[in-house]
Write a protein that binds this ligand. Sequence first.
Ligand SMILES: [Zn+2]
Length: 148
Amino acid sequence: MRPELHFDYLHARNHWNNKRVRNIIRDVLKTEKKMKDAINYKWANSHIFIDALSGKPAIIVGMYNNSETITFWNARNGIVIDSFTGKIWLPEWSNKIYEWTSQIDSGKTKCNDCGEWVNHINHYDFAGGVCDKCYNPKVHRAPDTRGD
Ligand SMILES: [Zn+2]
């Protein structure tokens, strides 16, 4: 059994706008810990998701105690989307999350170079992805899966 915490695509807008980032992280991680403790789950990995309108997970959320940075990955392919850093959660961040969930629901991924949302992504390194226009095989090396 793997505990997962799922927020819907409007959660940030409804609950996090203008709150202290440290407090949001503390509260979310406290809830996550309670879930893990309830089933005696020891892994430290993040299982925090934001679900899209479709109800499917769209975004993986990386939160760390005493940090003011939150990182986001595309839950469908593991490619990094962006990270936010600041003392206060800005309403524009909630708007971005809402937009991301709808892009991801339509099968798109954000290019890590130009920022465009595209249908086809070239996966590189651990969690990198670029569109066909930005792709350079000398720079964007395929993920190393030899250890898998
Ligand atoms: Zn691009």
